[in-house]
Write a protein that binds this ligand. Structure first.
Ligand code: FAD
Length: 382
């Protein structure tokens, strides 16, 4: 077993680490405070090839691999969780389903702009009455002549409402117990992007509810096979969960970085608080858990690269990586605030933002409870 990164993977990590430190981190506090979408950073990440990292060169991808992409997500999220999730959602939820299930025509029309980060595509699975129970979709699409007529609503959709958002892939009922995926371009008649949410964290990322009110798109916008929507979103979420695991590792690492630097400076009882064993143990536990989470993400990413069609084993590893990394990040954010004492509760210190940002990692792309259900099923316990 070899835990060494290839030269290409190490180079991607280095490039993203430098970019995150020099460009993303200095902007993070203002993006968070002003709830600002990072257009300029997205453009630059596009020029660096980050949106096309795990895809082949045929449609403008960078020809890297899935682990390299996870390393990029980790490094960007370490500087700003909202920017990190913008990248993750654009790649894993936006471009990947089109790449994996699209027709030649759909791919050549949409992917070049998406893989260059010039446009963003969203993924609309969650509904007001269908979250964890994603199969309970109520949105309907009916064929009328050569068009799908869509009625329904989607909830909490990332990257759906920016000025570079090009559209959304939705799941909809196309018959009794038949879920299909349909591409809905921005500007389609009857497609409404509603006011953005007022969120607890991830302030630099874009999230809206969507409404479909007799929305019409061409019949050819069906993605993959009619009735294949359920399998498609399970596959999409497997890759997405590994990438969310990487995002969580980045956030956890940011907590350790900030807590260690603060503890080395802060004095109490005449010495730096790193001299107290209680503080040392918190930092040691954070470092150990981050290393474990990162190892699990790498393992799941490597499995996914070998079997991208999502075998049961890969689904289990993806759920474990997402679950363990997000809960590690949550613990690390708690401890980082604790090590900062009262200052950790003040927005001048980035750990306050990390603490707000981290909670959703235990919820988005499947809650911790859903990951435990998946793992239990895969080990034969459910
Ligand atoms: C900022 C943000 C961005 C998001 N981006 C997207 C996106 O781009 N696309 C998209 O489709 N969705 C997106 N989501 C939605 C997200 O994936 C859902 O919120 C999540 O899957 C949970 O669904 P829910 O909110 O309906 O909670 P529910 O499903 O209502 O769950 C409520 C609680 O019940 C628990 N629960 C439910 N069923 C069970 C069970 N069988 N056993 C045990 N416990 C259970 C859950 O774990 C949870 O604790 C986003 C959400 C947020 C907040």
């Amino acid at each position: 077993m070899d835990f060494q990164l290839t030269d290409e993977q190490a180079a991607v990590r280095e490039l993203c680490r430098d970019f995150a430190r020099e460009v993303v981190a200095p902007a993070a506090e203002k993006l968070d405070r002003e709830h600002e979408f990072p257009y300029d950073i997205v453009r630059r990440m596009g020029e660096m090839g980050l949106f096309g990292l795990p895809f082949g060169e045929q449609y403008g991808g960078a020809g890297g691999d899935f682990l390299a992409y996870c390393l990029a997500v980790e490094e960007i999220a370490r500087a700003d969780a909202g920017v990190g999730i913008t990248l993750e959602a654009a790649v894993s939820l936006g471009a990947a389903p089109i790449h994996d299930f699209g027709t030649e025509e759909q791919k050549s029309e949409l992917l070049p702009d998406l893989l260059a980060g010039r446009r963003l595509w969203a993924f609309g699975l969650t509904e007001p009455e269908a979250g964890s129970d994603a199969g309970a979709t109520r949105t309907r699409a009916e064929l009328s002549g050569t068009e799908w007529v869509i009625n329904g609503a989607k909830q909490f959709i990332t990257n759906s409402g920016t000025r570079i958002s090009a559209g959304v892939t939705i799941t909809a009922l196309t018959g009794p117990r038949e879920i299909s995926a349909i591409l809905v371009p921005a500007g389609s008649p009857g497609y409404h992007i509603l006011e953005p949410y007022r969120k607890l964290g991830w302030h630099s990322s874009d999230t809206h509810p969507l409404a479909f009110d007799g929305c019409r798109v061409p019949e050819a916008n069906l993605l993959g096979k009619r009735g294949g929507g359920y399998g498609q979103f399970l596959h999409t979420l497997t890759g997405g969960r590994i990438a969310i695991g990487a995002h969580s590792v980045g956030l956890a690492q940011a907590c350790l970085d900030a807590a260690l630097a603060y503890a080395q400076e802060r004095k109490a009882f005449g010495k730096a608080i790193t001299q107290f064993q209680a503080v040392q143990f918190k930092l040691a536990d954070m470092a150990m858990e981050i290393e474990l989470a990162r190892t699990l993400v790498w393992r799941a990413a490597t499995g996914y690269m070998r079997a991208p069609e999502s075998s049961g084993e890969v689904r289990k590893l993806a759920a474990m990586a997402k679950l363990y990394a997000s809960e590690t990040a949550k613990r690390c954010a708690d401890q980082a605030v604790q090590i900062h004492g009262g200052y950790g509760f003040i927005e001048d210190y980035p750990v306050a933002r990390y603490w707000r940002d981290v909670k959703i990692n235990e919820i988005g792309e499947g809650t911790s409870e859903v990951q435990r259900m998946l793992i239990a099923r895969e080990i034969g316990a459910g």
